[in-house]
Write a protein that binds this ligand. Structure first.
Ligand code: 5GP
Ligand code: 5GP
Length: 220
């Protein structure tokens, strides 16, 4: 694979708001362990280049996902890295559960394998879980009066609350609920190559995915 030798520059650590994943037209499913807690959860830890491009699916054959390598981390991952997409179909087709292991495998295959020069599978998942535990995004927002109550909040206020708490400007993306209203979807934070320190983002996520003005912060 051409990416193997190209390495990467930094990580995006991406967290999703579950309420915004679930209230879309597509809806969502919960893992067998039940409804996840109402807080931001991990989407992924993504190696990236400074110009905004990124490697993906690097030498999967040599580094296949193996759940047994992260058994000790599973309880933490079930809490902080729950999958919300309906496994193998949509909720309308009666697929009622998500599949955490499938989500983790997807993230490892697509992104984790590209950081293999720095982190093996166990180190990759542990790094993401430790990053999650460094800051509680929901607490940070709530401390600033920004609550997941279905009301509209200013993207600038959301961004500044996070920047004040973490010290670095986040990337913010929006999606649309089933009625088409714009809502807070994901928060991108940048992390150095060791996957342990937050840094100023060399480049924020694509502007097409960003959002401005006031957006909904839906209930979960
Ligand atoms: P979307 O287009 O829905 O925002 O992203 C789809 C998928 O592409 C993401 O889940 C992620 O795997 C990958 N992706 C999107 N944007 C970025 C990016 O800026 N950096 C990296 N490393 N991956 C991205
Ligand atoms: P990406 O390529 O966007 O990193 O990963 C998204 C893939 O992971 C999609 O195939 C999606 O169906 C699956 N997936 C499973 N659970 C989740 C979840 O909770 N959130 C997101 N964004 N994707 C999930």
């Amino acid at each position: 694979n051409i990416w193997v030798s190209r390495d990467f520059d930094f990580f995006y650590f991406v967290q999703q708001w579950p309420g915004s994943f679930c209230d879309t037209k597509k809806s969502c499913c919960f893992p067998l362990t039940g409804k996840p807690v109402a807080n931001f959860s991990i989407h992924g830890l993504w190696p990236n280049f400074n110009d905004g491009s990124y490697p993906s699916s690097c030498n999967i054959a040599e580094n296949p996902f193996n759940q047994s390598q992260i058994i000790d981390l599973v309880p933490r991952a079930e809490k902080s890295w729950a999958s919300l997409s309906c496994a193998g179909g949509s909720k309308k087709e009666n697929k009622t559960n998500s599949d955490n292991e499938r989500f983790w495998k997807h993230e490892w295959d697509k992104h984790g394998t590209c950081s293999y020069s720095v982190l093996d599978e166990h180190a990759y998942f542990e790094a993401a879980l430790n990053l999650k535990d460094q800051f509680d995004l929901l607490q940070i927002l709530q401390n600033n009066g920004i609550k997941p109550d279905g009301n509209l909040y200013s993207i600038v206020n959301i961004s500044e609350a996070i920047e004040q708490a973490i010290g670095f400007q986040p990337g913010i993306t929006c999606n649309r609920d089933a009625l088409g209203n714009r809502q807070l979807n994901e928060i991108y934070l940048c992390v150095d190559k060791s996957a342990s320190n937050f840094i100023e983002c060399p480049i924020l996520p694509k502007s097409g995915k960003s959002c401005t003005g006031f957006v909904e912060f839906p209930i979960f």
